[in-house]
Design a protein around this ligand. Structure first.
Ligand code: SAM
Length: 318
């Protein structure tokens, strides 16, 4: 299955195509859920090309583009940056550019580290002079408070445990910020009304619902720099399949919205969400939701289910 037959599948399925209705020329929000339409935005394409990639509709790419855009908007050269659960993010050299220091942390060499952290970024990029690699468990942040202008974490906080643990990490991360500093986060979002915990190795994943996302700006001492937009389009490339289908088995399929499916008939529709938070209150602490969203997305999710069944064993069906 490739991208072309996928779009044929969507056409066959008569999934409504919304690209024309979405203006991709404007500035992208940094507090939003991933959307296939975002990959058509010139700024996203430009950031991906800076890290040597062409858009292939994978939400990891979207995280990179959002992170680089957040740095462009909120970071002033000469400031200090910290990263939590960084692994070997492709963007590390770009993030370090212009910073006094970039302190990159993960469980490097420690128990519980993912494959992503099996190598140290200073081994991979020895020429990046201002990189400081620290092995640190983010559940207990051992960096000086109020000493960073930009703190970033890409899809890592959802691996520290259940909701209270995630909120506690965000609270600690917020304390690292100097005045006017920002915390840039990406994490996993579930379209369900409640959080979804998927067990896994070396750690499980908590998919945050709108409720836990709200806690990130009501219980952490942090505030949104712009309202959090949880609305997504019904663009056919948002069609969710089992995440291992588009991540591993058929890497040419889009991995934008997807289905986490630990057991037959037990799973959740998900996507990635990004947020920019600051200690200052900008009056933007609200979530933008479409009450009819699940109804609108129903045909798209149903088509994703059918396509997934064509491509997987019944053990992953829903
Ligand atoms: C899905 S990977 C993401 C890696 C990297 N941020 C990226 O986007 O490529 C999750 C990362 O979180 C790290 N991690 C998990 N639990 C952690 C913890 N308690 N403290 C620090 N890092 C943790 C893992 O080692 C892994 O590198």
């Amino acid at each position: 299955m490739d991208l072309l037959s996928f779009t044929d599948f969507a056409r066959e399925a008569k999934v409504e195509h919304e690209l024309a209705a979405v203006d991709v020329s404007g500035q992208i929000s940094l507090c939003k859920v991933v959307d296939a339409v975002d990959f058509f935005r010139p700024s996203v394409i430009e950031h991906l090309r800076c890290v040597g990639q062409e858009p292939r509709l994978h939400n990891k790419q979207w995280e990179y583009a959002q992170q680089l855009e957040a740095k462009k908007r909120y970071f002033r050269p000469g400031g200090r940056i910290a990263g939590l659960g960084c692994g070997c993010e492709t963007t590390i050299p770009m993030m370090a550019e212009g910073a006094e220091e970039f302190v990159v942390t993960d469980l490097y060499g420690a128990k519980g580290a993912w494959g992503d952290a099996s190598r140290r970024p200073d081994d991979l990029w020895p020429h990046v002079q201002n990189l400081k690699v620290v092995s640190m468990d983010m559940r207990s942040i051992a960096l000086e408070e109020a000493s960073f202008d930009f703190v970033s974490s890409l899809c890592a906080i959802e691996h520290v445990g259940f909701a209270d643990a995630v909120i506690a990490v965000a609270r600690q991360a917020g304390r690292l910020l100097r005045p006017n500093g920002v915390l840039f986060l990406t994490t996993e979002f579930t379209f369900d009304d409640r959080a979804f915990y998927a067990p896994g190795h070396p750690s499980g994943t908590l998919y945050l619902s709108h409720r836990e996302l709200r806690r990130l700006f009501t219980e952490t001492g942090l505030h949104l720099v712009e309202p959090l937009d949880l609305r997504v389009s019904t663009h056919p490339l948002n069609m969710p399949v089992w995440d291992q289908v588009n991540n591993k088995l058929f890497p040419n399929l889009p991995h934008v919205l997807y289905r986490n499916q630990p057991l037959p008939f037990w799973g959740t529709y998900a996507g990635t969400v990004s947020l920019v938070l600051s200690r200052e209150d900008h009056g933007n602490d609200r979530i933008l939701q479409d009450p009819d969203q699940m109804e609108r997305l129903k045909p798209l999710f149903e088509m994703g289910r059918k396509l997934s069944r064509r491509l997987t064993l019944p053990t992953r069906w829903w």
